[in-house]
Design a protein. Structure first.
Lengths: 259, 210
């Protein structure tokens, strides 16, 4: 492995193409760099290729062309299991193991990695505290939790082996507005403490503006533009402007007496 | 009352044949589980195998049992002893429910759970052992249950080729036009089937994941 200078991107897409076996191209010539400690938000409609992009990072999908690098190493040539264990992964449906308690869900990767039981237990306690859950919850099963609690357990589980990179696929998409607001707030606080490199997928501009240090706008398998939130609002790009307009219209709707 | 007396008089022989029956069913079910679960896993994970595996098991199921015994008769080693023949035939019949339920159980695992597991860096083997099989276990068990109940009934026919079991009474009764003899085979067989059904059903509910 080549030595990586400290300012090198943690994640890098070089001319990445992804084509389905039936020939349909989901991603065209993607070039993207994610820097250490930033939260890059992939914003786009469904079918725009944002989830595909995310799955290329932990090699749930393998590029059909070009290369994805994580910490300088080409993912297609890395040990896929090691790669995935060094990257936290949170999805909208959470995917908690229904037959495991919260503690076993969070502690699964450490257990497989052969950590001693007391260290796993301490780590689970620490993580539950980090995501602001009562440690009493550790013995419960996923079906006994609320949507917000489940999502927090999902985040805790992704952080279990202390990965430097976190991939989040619409993690707050399936919870109510108030819980979402709270989870977003906690995410920001968590991110200030942990300083992970995060790639976050959403279709919600409001969420993108709030959480992202940069927003990568995607449409029909193409990366349209990458901008910091404040520039995104002023962007002259027609698609970005359309997003901002739709967002403002929702805000100033006539139903609220706005004009 | 006659039947009751007959049972009292012949309880030793009934017990002996019932144990023989149980042995035929037990061994063949065990073999079906050992072969069927891996085949079910293979067809669930590699879709190309799905049709040939389930198709073959389906075809075997449609062969009439007496004909199957006949087909297997010329097979070396197997055909040499009636109990081997009976066990092989019963195993073949038990395969379909075991394979099909293993397949259904594994395919039925919530895809987001599998994706999360894969994304966390579980190997295929770890995913199978820690996630897929534990979540599919009650569905697999209900297939085993169907296999056992069917086998108990089917094993009575094994007596036709001299493999023993409770079918002995039934065939003897048929030949002698003696209802008591027929019932001496049929009633214990029904009791065996019902208790196996009940016991495995209980186990299935115990192992049901939430």
């Amino acid at each position: 492995m080549e030595p990586t200078p400290t300012n090198a991107p943690v994640i890098e897409f070089r001319a990445v193409v992804y084509t389905l076996p039936n020939g349909q191209q989901l991603l065209h010539n993607m070039n993207l760099q994610v820097q250490r400690g930033e939260t890059l938000v992939l914003l786009g409609r469904s079918g725009s290729g944002k989830t595909t992009t995310l799955k290329l990072i932990n090699r749930l999908l393998t590029p059909s062309g070009g290369e994805v690098r994580v910490n300088g190493a080409i993912t297609a040539k890395s040990d896929v299991i090691r790669l995935r264990r060094s990257i936290g992964y949170v999805i909208q449906d959470v995917g908690l193991f229904p037959h495991f308690s919260v503690e076993r869900n969070i502690g699964l990767v450490p257990r497989i990695e052969g950590w001693p039981a007391d260290r796993i237990h301490a780590r689970v306690e620490e993580l539950l505290q980090l995501v602001e859950l009562d440690s009493k919850i550790a013995s419960r099963y996923p079906h006994q939790l609320s949507g917000g609690q489940r999502q927090r357990v999902g985040v805790a589980r992704a952080l279990a082996a202390d990965p430097a990179i976190l991939l989040m696929d619409e993690p707050f998409g399936a919870v109510d507005a108030i819980t979402r607001d709270q989870l977003q707030r906690e995410f920001l606080a968590l991110q200030r403490r942990l300083n992970k490199t995060v790639v976050f997928v959403t279709h919600d501009l409001r969420e993108a503006l709030r959480l992202g240090s940069r927003i990568a706008l995607m449409e029909a398998g193409q990366l349209v533009t990458v901008l910091p939130p404040q520039d995104f609002l002023r962007s002259t790009d027609s698609l970005a402007a359309a997003y901002v307009q739709a967002f403002r219209e929702g805000w100033d709707s006539p139903a609220k007496g706005g004009t | 009352m006659n039947v009751f007396h007959f049972f009292l008089q012949h309880h030793k022989e009934i017990l002996e044949l019932a144990l023989e029956h149980l042995w035929l069913v037990g061994i063949s079910t065990l073999l079906a589980v050992l072969i069927g679960i891996p085949l079910g896993i293979i067809s669930a994970h590699w879709p190309v195998w799905n049709k040939p595996v389930l198709g073959t098991a389906n075809v075997i199921q449609t062969v009439p049992s007496l004909a199957l015994f006949g087909f297997l008769l010329p097979v070396p080693w197997i055909g040499a002893r009636a109990d081997r023949l009976a066990i092989l035939a019963l195993t073949l019949y038990a395969l379909l429910p075991v394979i099909r339920n293993t397949y259904t159980g594994i395919r039925g695992v919530d895809p987001s759970v599998v994706e999360a597991g894969r994304g966390m860096g579980l190997t295929d083997r770890q995913l199978l052992l820690h996630v897929e099989l534990p979540l599919a276990v009650s569905v697999i068990l209900s297939g085993v249950r169907v296999a056992v109940v069917v086998s108990v009934g089917l094993a009575t026919i094994a007596a036709a080729i001299g493999a023993g079991g409770l079918g002995e009474f039934i065939f003897r009764g048929l030949a002698m036009v003696n209802n008591e003899l027929i019932l001496a085979g049929a009633i214990p067989a029904a009791i065996l089937a019902l208790s196996a059904d009940f016991g495995l059903g209980w186990l299935e509910r115990r192992l049901q994941p939430r």
